[in-house]
Design a protein around this ligand. Structure first.
Ligand SMILES: Nc1ncnc2c1ncn2[C@@H]1O[C@H](COP(=O)(O)OP(=O)(O)O)[C@@H](O)[C@H]1O
Ligand SMILES: [Mg+2]
Length: 253
């Protein structure tokens, strides 16, 4: 699991994270909700230490990484697959090369073994025919699926999804949601999904945390999210989606 204690992060005089305390349970999907600009992406980047941590404690799988240097973070980062909001594929590499990249860089596996794993994951994300294509030839949803395959290739214990459905049409978004659930079921990874898409959140999430004003304003399960009396979160939900649509998620396991 991942434990965060009183995480603080500022940019100049702008305090973004003002003391985030959160436990992210093993083998489950935790959804971090919050309005655009509240610091969701910053939180993921601070955990990965792609941004420096100002204050607080981060414990990943029992290891306190709070004071880790960049080189000490390397083996930790390898345990965490990250799906960036932009997909962040290498435009000049084929889909196969993009997905193979983490193994080519960090392992001495044979070409045949790498090819086997890449093609198995492209099957998993239902894009085996795209192996030789360049990212420029793919739709937004296809790019996300390739990025997911790349995030999974090194068999990470954790996977972070940053806005996995943002900018996608509802049908493509629901395919991505399904893939996130299948990833959870088949690989048993500990997942963190950061989103402001409530339908996606309620589809994939086991636990929910809502960031407001730099702090966690609410944590709970699906029913607790929808029934919560926390005002900021209710306002957020009301703005996100018509109530009737979300109501369908009540009591769904
Ligand atoms: N590298 C950075 N330098 C300065 N400000 C940043 C940086 N990254 C994020 N911010 C600011 O931090 C705030 C939170 O950003 P972000 O985490 O991206 O929000 P979101 O919740 O939408 O993901 C925003 O005001 C953003 O402008
Ligand atoms: Mg973001």
């Amino acid at each position: 699991m991942i434990e965060l204690f009183n995480i603080k992060k500022s940019f100049g005089i702008q305090e973004v994270l003002k003391g985030i305390t959160l436990s992210i349970p093993k083998g489950k999907t935790t959804v971090v909700l919050g309005r655009s600009g509240c610091g969701k992406s910053v939180l993921l980047k601070v955990i990965l230490r792609l941004l420096p941590l100002d204050e607080g404690q981060i414990i990943i799988g029992g290891v306190d990484t709070s004071n880790f240097s960049d080189s000490e973070m390397m083996p930790i980062r390898r345990k965490i697959g990250m799906l960036f909001q932009s997909s962040a594929l290498f435009d000049s590499m084929t889909v196969w090369q993009n997905v193979a990249y983490p193994l080519l860089e960090n392992t001495k596996l044979s070409f045949d073994e790498i090819d086997k794993r890449v093609m198995a994951l492209l099957d998993f994300v239902e894009l085996p025919e795209a192996a030789e294509k360049l990212p420029g030839a793919l739709s937004g949803g296809m790019k996300k699926r390739v990025a997911l395959a790349r995030a999974l290739i090194a068999q990470p214990e954790y996977i972070f999804y940053d806005e996995p459905t943002t900018g996608l049409d509802p049908i493509t978004a629901s395919k991505i949601n399904l893939l996130i659930k299948r990833t959870q079921n088949e690989y048993g990874t500990t997942s963190v999904v950061v989103t402001h898409d409530m339908v996606s959140a309620l589809t994939v999430g086991d636990f929910f945390a809502f960031i407001h004003d730099g702090k966690i304003a609410f944590t709970g399960n699906r029913n607790e999210v929808l029934k919560s009396s926390a005002k900021e979160m209710q306002d957020f939900i009301a703005d996100a989606e018509p109530r009737e649509i979300l109501q369908e998620f009540l009591n769904i396991k």
